[in-house]
Every structure is written in C-alpha cells, then in structure tokens.
Design a protein around this ligand. Sequence first.
Ligand code: NAG
Ligand code: NAG
Ligand code: NAG
Ligand code: NAG
Ligand code: NAG
Ligand code: NAG
Length: 724
Amino acid sequence: MHLCSIAFSSLLIVQGLSLVAAQRSWEEAYSLARPLIDQMSLEQKVNMTTGMGWTITPCVGNSHPITNPDFPSMCYQDSPLGVRMAHNVTAWPAGITAAATFDRRILNLRGVGMAQEFREKGVHVQLGPAINFMRTPQGGRGFESFGEDPFLTGACASETVIGIQSQGVIATAKHFILNDQELNRNTASSNVDDRTLHEIYLWPFARAVESGCAGVMCAYNLVNGSHACEDKHTLSLLKNELGFQGFVTSDWWATHSTVESANHGMDVDMPGNDMNQDDPYSSSFWGRNLTKAVKNGSVDETRVTDMALRVAAAYFKMKQDTGIIPETKLNSFDLTKVDDSVNVKTPQHTRLARAIAAAGTVLLANDGILPLTRHDTSLSIIGSDAFMSPLLNDPEKCSDFGCDPATLIQGWGSGTVTFADPIIAPYQGLKERAGSHVKFETARDNWDLDAVAKTAAASDIAIVFANADSGEEYLTVDGNKGDRNNLTLWNNGDAIITTTANNNKNTIVVIHSVGAVTMPWIDHPNIKAVVWANLPGEQSGHALADVMFGDINPSGRLPYTIAKKAEDYGAVIGTGSNIDYTEKLLLGYRWFDEHKIDPLFPFGHGLSYTTFLYNDLEVHTHRASEVVSVSVHVTNVGHFDGHEVVQLYLDFPDNAGEPPKVLRGFDKIYIRAGMNRKVHFDLTKTELSIWDTDSQQWVIPSGTFRVMIGASSRDIRAVRSFRM
Ligand SMILES: *[C@@H]1O[C@H](CO)[C@@H](O)[C@H](O)[C@H]1NC(C)=O
Ligand SMILES: *[C@@H]1O[C@H](CO)[C@@H](O)[C@H](O)[C@H]1NC(C)=O
Ligand SMILES: *[C@@H]1O[C@H](CO)[C@@H](O)[C@H](O)[C@H]1NC(C)=O
Ligand SMILES: *[C@@H]1O[C@H](CO)[C@@H](O)[C@H](O)[C@H]1NC(C)=O
Ligand SMILES: *[C@@H]1O[C@H](CO)[C@@H](O)[C@H](O)[C@H]1NC(C)=O
Ligand SMILES: *[C@@H]1O[C@H](CO)[C@@H](O)[C@H](O)[C@H]1NC(C)=O
C-alpha cells in the first residue's frame, strides 16, 4: 500500500510558502547598526531598549519609537505556537507535538509558517521558541517546549529558529534559564551544577545561538539565588561563552533592578511600565531610571550603547530595514478593534498545520486494529475530548485557553493562540473521513457512565477520548495552578476508558495531553490501540483521521518518558524557595536507565503500520578531524510505505561519568514497502564531548564508546564500539 509521504507533501507546502531573502551576517548587521546608534542620545538609546507599557500598545510589548535618527517601535508578540491575541491566524501544533515529529524538515517548516503570520501581522519579534525542559511531567509549561532530552530540544530549537528567521522575524529563545516549573516561579531559585547546566539546560540555547537566533528572553525564576534577568554568571555564559550577539529581553515583569540587570547583561526591559504609572504592574526599573543610573555613574553609557546596538543589529540582520515588516495589524488588548482585513492564514498553512499534527501523533500501542478499514461500519465516539465546545472560543469564559470542557489542542496561558477558530474536533474529522456508510454513535458527557457504556456497546469499534491539561500559573484550572497536581487523566478520563473497554471488545484510546499520564487501564484486554495525539492545534480532527484511517502512516515518537507510576520519575516539582536539580544529568530516560526502572512507554517510542529492520551498522573513526561516521541500513519489510525515526544513542567511556545512554543523533527517513535506505550520521566534537568543569571546556573523553542504533531508547537494534 502506497501512503502519502509527508516528506513529499511538505515539498509541495514549501512551494506555497514565500521566502524572504536570506538574512545578513552579524558582521554586516553590526556595521549597519553602529552608525545609527552613534547618532543617538542616551535617552534615545534608553527608549529603544525599554517597553512602552502594558496594554497601551498594539502588541504585548512595543519599544519606544525613535525619531531623528529614526528607528521604529518594535512589536514583540506571543507565542511559541502562533500569533496570540489576533484573529484569522493559525493555531499551530504546540512545541511538544513538533518535537514528537522527530523531523527537522517539519520543525523548520512550522517555524516558516508561524513566522509568515507574525510578519504579515506586522510583528518584528516572535516570543518563541520555548526551549525549557520537561524536567518533571507536571511542569505547567512543558508543552510549549520540546521534551526531556537536550539533543532533541537542541535540534528543535535550531530548526525552529532557522524557520522563523527565514521570514525576517526575530526569534526569541526562551526562557533563559532553568525555568522548568510554574510553582513559585517568581521567587524560587533553580540550582544546578556547572556540568549539568552545560550538558542539559544550556545545550539548546547553544544550538539556537549557533543558528543565528537574534533574541533571547531571560526568565522569571532565580538562578543560584539571583534573578535570571540580572544573573551575571548565566548571562555571561550566554554572551561570552556562547557568543550570543543578539539582545536579551526580560520576560514580562521579570526585571527586578535597574543597575544589576543593566550591568549584568539584560538588553531590553519589557513591557516597561515607567510611562504608565497607573498600571498595577508599575515596576519601572528602566526608562528614566536607567538614564538616571548612567548619570549617577552606576551604569556605564557604553553598556546602554551595547544594548541599543544589539537590538538594532538584530533588526538589520533580519533585513527589517527593507520594509518587509508591514505596519502592525494587531490590537492585542481590544480584539473588537483588531484589523481583520489581513487574513494571514493561508490554505498552505492549514495543510501544513495538519501535516505537522499528523507527523506528531504517536501510535503507542496497536494490535492490528489500526488503521481503520472500510469494513468498519459503525464507530462509537466517546468523551468530551472528541468534541468542540463554543466555550473554547469564548474570551471571557476561557481566557488564554484556561478551561478544559472539550477537545484539547493546546495548553493554557500566554503560550497559546487566542482564537483558534475554527477548530476541527476529532469527531468532525473522523466523520468527514469515514464516509456516509459508517454509522456514528456519540457520548460526550464524561460523568454519565451509563450513557458511555450504552454508546460503547452500540458499535463495532469504540474510540474513547481523554485529556490532561496544564499551563501558566496566572490561571488556575480545575484546581491546577499552572503545574499539574497529578498525572491522571482529567474529567473522569480513566473511568470512561474503563467503562468503554468493559463494553466493547474493540476499544481504541485516544489521548490529547500536555505530557505523560498514568494509564491504569493499559492491560485491559479490550483495549486494542492507544493513540497519543499530543496537542495537535486547530487541525486536530483532520490529522487524527489521516493517521487512524491510514492515509498517513504514523511516525511520531515520544519526546519524553511515560512512566508506570508518577513516583518513578527522577524529579518532582520543587515546593521550597530552592529547587535543587539533584538528579543532575539523569533527566528523563537517563534516570530510568540508570536506576533500571521499566517505563510504560520509553522516550523515542512510537509504532508504525509497517516494520523496519536494521542491519550493517558501520562505524568509522577519523581521529584527525575528531569525527566518527556511522551508517546503518534500514529496510521496510512490511506492507505500508512509511517513515522510520532512526535514533543514535551513545554510551560514553566508563570514566566519563555519563548516563548509560544519551541521544546524539536521529534521522527521520521515508522508505517505501520492500525498499531500504542507508542512514548516515556524523558525530562531531559537539556530539562526542562532555563538559569538563576543571578546564571549563568541552572535551572528548578517551576510552571505549558504544554507538547504539535503535527505534527507541529501549529498543536498541545494533551496537558497535569505537575508541577515541
Ligand atoms: C522617550 O520616551 C518618552 C515616553 O514616550 C518620551 O516622552 C520621550 O520624549 C522619549 N525620549 C526621546 C529622546 O525620544
Ligand atoms: C551555581 O553555583 C554553583 C556553586 O558555586 C556552581 O557550580 C554552578 O555553576 C552555579 N550554577 C548556575 C546555574 O549558576
Ligand atoms: C524608578 O524605579 C523605582 C523603583 O525602583 C520606581 O518606584 C520609580 O517609579 C521609577 N521611576 C520612574 C521615573 O519610573
Ligand atoms: C543611581 O540611579 C539608579 C536609578 O534610579 C538607582 O537605582 C541607583 O541606586 C542610583 N545609584 C546611586 C549610587 O545613586
Ligand atoms: C477574518 O478574515 C475574513 C476575510 O478573509 C473576514 O471576513 C473576517 O471578518 C475576519 N475576522 C474573523 C474574526 O474571522
Ligand atoms: C487529577 O487532576 C485532575 C485535574 O484537576 C482531576 O480531574 C483528577 O480527578 C485528579 N486525579 C486524582 C486522582 O485526584
């Protein structure tokens, strides 16, 4: 059976996406920025780097416009998954879904698609990607980022940044740094040792910087006792060790000082409330206070010049001086006054959003019931998560998606798209695809278990939906203040799944979730498949139907570990004023490996409708260039065309002090049924090194390494050793 190749269809999508001319180098950008900034007074430079205040400008943040010399008010807008607070935009799949694609091309295209919408709405700076970690599955904003592994997160960061900036929009890698939970996010200090900081938490920022990222946002939390936006040590790592040449903007109200934040490396204060004294958030550390600090000698004017230079350089690097960013068409704080004449949502974007969601859908378990066939003549669709509700489009009752009455397409908070209209719910998508010969029964009240039982029994196949939600701490949903209180499904989810399975021998479970959940029903003999649909964005139902009916062979992989029980994870939400990252390098699957704990579904896991075999693993070391090349043959021995995600894990020499295995390569390849392909990896100094705290550099440890090629972190198919 020949299935649609995502790689092929995304080529068509690319043709539909207009690309902006290549950006400038940092060198060129600085050479244009310098003469401009040289003409500016101290007050002008301060204005350029201070926001105009909250709720009084079109965007969530705007810098002051400068005249003579002229520099525009730059528009900073949320979010990492699309344009927030606007109409006629795409609600793209969340970061965690993009990560689950394990597909660099798709990650890049998602960045392209999002940034086209930002640009056409007149946004200079997209406040994304989020590249924090799912250190605990409960972390409220984990869904905005890319999971539990630094290598995967780094690749996602890099591709997203490149995609966004290819459109002339400045990407903002955030939140710098160690911002991995919501509880006490403004008051607690995240504490981690130097090696772990480098090998895990700094890693994706390094990849973003290498990819030309022009913006970084410093975080709410403290680091080793000092506020992230004035933390000398980590901001200096960013600018000096990583060589970041763009600007650091504060998270909104994450500035806590005038002198320290300026002297320690912050470059932009947002939203900057000094001109809006009536505002409740009126902590106005920059603006006139920054000018005062220069005048009284506590901040050197060269530092302010450097701030303005960095902002201008980012602007010139993206060629925003050539008129590619139109006048802003947003009105973030009064959506009734939004200029809707610009509908930036194109049919290509809708197709791309659907393709990403399908590619990010993980088939966790399947005894052969999927894909659905034309012989399935009746389907029961059970659970509120399968359906749309008008509440989801209600800005009063479900502000920033802080509600969970229906299907879940994104978490809640500022990392969302406000009006995801229209959302294609699973029921709608499945019904459209199934055709008129299929009879549907539905039950959407999760507390009416009698109706669930009756509906489940009424069809050949019962598909039961459940979800788990989380978000940002300024909203509390069902008692969850951002972080999740537990890892169970929401809205009576476990009960409707068990009830359905008790009443239908062909039960399929579909879950939309921000992260791992426990599955007490997983061994129920009537549960024949589990589909992990992540947070698919507005094209949810279409993407799900593509996968469930076999139009697209599932190829998503878990970007985090799903444990058998919540206590199995190596870290918990810190409740005190110090959050000590005591698990060190043993984040996620590394903890499970080290402590020999069996997960329910391991990191990197995901099934296909076909079967792939691996053979001929070869490893060649090129000592002079410090490169190890690895190749392996992969054969599709099943009956469906499809994508395989080939994963490369390294086992470092014993004395290196590394976890049993760490991801250091992955490639998603398309192979037609019966065909094979050779997959090639180059392990460079980046992949082969560990952070040596004594010498403060990356070093390749000497000794015997093992390359492990697998289909997941717990499904290693071939192993070879090499020595360095
Ligand atoms: C800086 O911004 C403030 C507030 O908008 C304005 O009053 C002032 O004139 C600006 N200063 C300069 C030098 O542009
Ligand atoms: C925190 O302090 C410890 C001890 O001084 C140091 O090793 C570590 O690098 C610091 N971590 C961060 C994130 O600054
Ligand atoms: C300067 O900062 C202080 C807080 O440190 C604030 O109370 C004051 O309003 C600020 N001044 C101006 C002019 O914004
Ligand atoms: C200088 O001015 C800044 C801003 O108002 C203030 O925070 C700082 O304490 C002052 N420093 C001195 C030495 O006066
Ligand atoms: C969206 O764009 C269309 C034109 O394409 C327009 O008719 C509509 O009013 C806009 N706004 C909303 C909220 O849909
Ligand atoms: C876990 O939290 C969800 C969401 O608040 C709730 O629906 C569920 O009942 C909770 N589970 C337990 C076991 O308390």
